[in-house]
Design a protein around this ligand. Structure first.
Ligand code: APR
Length: 233
């Protein structure tokens, strides 16, 4: 049995939209309702940690109440044909709950919290809220295990290595406006087949060599799967 081709997915909040979770920059998106600088930066944490904790407690609760949609399941099913590696900007666990086995979270995970003092002291909290006074085993306050704006993206290099080995790259549900995540598309090998699934047009400086399924994630994954099965099925 020849090795399965490497199919790498770069996903964003758009893939979870049909699960009822808000994206960030669409109309009605999260950043319409909240000021990023008040809930998603280290400065915000310093000024009003309770507001930051409440923001992530709400998003954690919403993510726990949401279910994976057909796009998440469709990607998990592609593992029968391809070596699928998902690099996601999302902090929900819908890819994992749909059955995907290789998921790298660039921007952290809602289901985890960590010590403010030791970034390696990370604990699983599932859907539980974090409050001021909740401490890790080191006795320090717990914070969301999320990469805030202005913080380093520890998984970036690993993500770039994954994309650099892709034979098929699928960008789904991301506006590609946030760096360094958006820069990952430039690591794709020259001969890599490249697909976009998005009803609008992400920020790509050139669509040369990209096949764009200009539709939502659930329909787009179906169309992509049919397309790929013709060549690789
Ligand atoms: N199916 C597919 N794509 C969709 C759908 C859908 N049903 N609905 C919206 N989209 C697309 C939008 O057209 C847009 O291109 O999803 C994208 C969402 O873009 P953003 O709201 O900018 O979300 P994202 O790209 O994931 O944001 C990146 O920004 O705020 C930070 O850390 C946060 O990880 C996030 C990062």
């Amino acid at each position: 049995m020849p090795d399965k081709k490497r199919l790498v997915v770069l996903s964003g909040s758009g893939i979870s939209a049909e699960s009822g979770l808000a994206t960030f920059r669409d109309s009605g998106g999260l950043w319409e309702g909240y000021n990023v600088n008040e809930v998603a930066t280290p400065e915000a944490w310093g000024q009003n940690p309770e507001l930051v904790l409440d923001f992530y407690n709400l998003r954690r609760k919403q993510a726990a109440e949401a279910s994976p949609n057909a796009a998440h399941f469709g990607l998990a099913e592609l593992e029968s044909i391809f070596n699928v590696q998902i690099v996601t900007q999302n902090v929900d666990d819908l890819h994992e709950r749909a059955g995907s086995n290789e998921v790298l979270h660039l921007h952290g995970e809602l289901t985890k919290a960590r010590s403010v003092e030791n970034e390696h002291l990370v604990i699983e909290i599932g859907s539980k809220p974090v409050h001021l006074g909740d401490v890790g085993e080191d006795g320090y306050q717990l914070r969301p295990h999320i990469v805030w704006f202005g913080e380093m993206v520890p998984m970036l290099e690993k993500a770039a290595q994954i994309v650099s080995k892709a034979e098929i790259l699928v960008v789904i549900g991301t506006s590609l406006v946030v760096y360094p995540a958006a820069s990952l598309v430039h690591y794709a090998p020259v001969h890599c087949e490249k697909f976009i699934i998005d009803p609008s047009t992400p920020e790509l400086n050139s669509f040369e060599g990209w096949e764009h399924f200009k539709t939502n994630a659930t329909e787009g994954i179906q169309l992509l799967t049919e397309h790929l099965k013709k060549d690789y099925g």
